[in-house]
Design a protein around this ligand. Structure first.
Ligand code: CP3
Length: 346
């Protein structure tokens, strides 16, 4: 998509413009549904080694851009580099997902110097610089981190899936959870600031685990920490637009939009566009929310589902995306077809 005065379409929409067709990028657009990614991935011993190789990370970002006319690139990294930088053991089990040594009852959940850990993340910022230099000017570069609560759940639980231990300690040790969140807020603010300094044009906060929380805990764990993170970023001089993606927040989406200070909202698959438009402050840019399964199924069902999303968000400043990440079962052919439909080529 063309740019006006060199401003990428994604940034124009994040600044409140409505564009037809909307800019499009796809969460996890670099990943295992691409054979060339699977090949590239074999060149690093572990997934974190891959993330900490600026050359491999840059190549992973470029792969989907070569195939599809996307409007954004997203840094290739992971939300769990932050606990890794804090000195927690993080590894990835093939076919299962991330594992961490969970924070035990005995050890402190207070980390003395969160910013010192960021030195370990220098290769990430080098990757941002390289990606920025490699992509065309009208493609926006997105930096990211996990939401403080989402990252805390991994640190408390040690894995994805069931969050029972993480949820229980919020009742048992609320003050300690707040201390842990404070560390993650400061780390995340420094991590995002470094990404912007290295060339990120906008940011996304992935709050993947905001589902299932009672309203008081949604305030304590999601809204309060996100607002603090936003305020800290603005204190650190970060002015770029910031997309908050509180996946599964349901009826609490409006409070998140009103109270955190994010620029734009990522909308998950289950949320009706009408509901999101009503819940958000008037004119707030909305991103989403095609069902990732439609990219597995393909064909007419995919085209219909994509057109439904375009139609449903047509009155809002809209960024076309999925409602969650693309899955390894999606095909590059379906992805190509989707982007064609969004761009109005058919
Ligand atoms: O293209 C992109 O979107 C950028 C890269 C990116 C990755 N992870 C690469 C990745 C981004 C933005 C993330 C965010 C992330 N990581 C989230 C938030 C988004 C969401 O999905 O809710 C979460 C919860 C994580 C933690 C994480 N990392 C999980 C749960 C997994 C396993 C999932 C899986 O599909 O295996 C990872 C590993 C991971 N992160 C992979 C990729 C491409 C797959 C690992 C591999 O290729 O070996």
């Amino acid at each position: 998509m063309g740019s006006r005065e060199g401003v990428p379409a994604l940034i124009r929409v994040l600044n409140g413009e409505r564009l037809d067709p909307p800019p499009v990028w796809i969460m996890r657009q670099a990943g295992r549904y691409l054979p060339e990614y699977r090949e590239l991935r074999t060149r690093a011993k572990s997934f974190l080694d891959f993330c900490y190789s600026p050359a491999l990370a840059t190549e992973a970002v470029m792969q989907p851009l070569r195939r599809f006319p996307l409007d954004a690139a997203i840094l290739f990294s992971d939300i769990l580099v932050v606990p890794d930088a804090l000195g927690r053991k993080v590894w990835f089990v093939e076919g299962e997902g991330p594992r961490l040594n969970p924070l035990s009852e005995e050890e402190t959940w207070r980390f003395d110097d969160p910013t010192r850990g960021l030195q370990r993340l220098a290769p990430v910022y080098e990757a941002v610089e390289r990606i920025k230099a490699a992509i065309p000017k009208d493609i926006a570069l997105i930096g990211f981190c996990g939401g403080p609560w989402t990252v805390a759940t991994y640190m408390l639980q040690g894995e994805g899936g069931d969050k029972e231990r993480a949820r229980r300690v919020v009742y048992d040790r609320p003050a300690d959870v707040d201390v842990l969140l404070e560390t993650l807020i400061e780390m995340s603010a420094q991590h995002l600031t470094a990404q912007v300094k290295a060339g990120a044009d906008c940011l996304q906060i992935f709050e993947s685990w905001s589902e299932g929380l009672p309203p008081a805990q949604f305030q304590q764990l999601i809204i309060g920490p996100t607002r603090k993170l936003m305020n800290r970023l603005r204190d650190l001089g970060v002015t770029v637009p910031i997309i908050g993606f509180p996946r599964g927040s349901g009826a609490q989406l409006g409070a998140y939009a009103d109270e955190t200070g994010v620029t734009a909202l990522g909308i998950d698959t289950q949320t009706p566009a009408d509901f999101a438009i009503q819940a958000a402050p008037s004119g707030m840019p909305l991103q989403g929310n095609l069902d990732p399964l439609a990219l597995v199924v393909g064909g007419e069902a995919l085209e219909r589902a994509a057109r439904d999303v375009l139609q449903a968000f047509k009155d809002a400043p809209h960024i076309f995306n999925l409602g969650h990440g693309i899955t390894p079962q999606a095909t590059p052919e379906n992805m190509a077809r989707l982007i064609q439909v969004v761009k109005g080529g058919v």
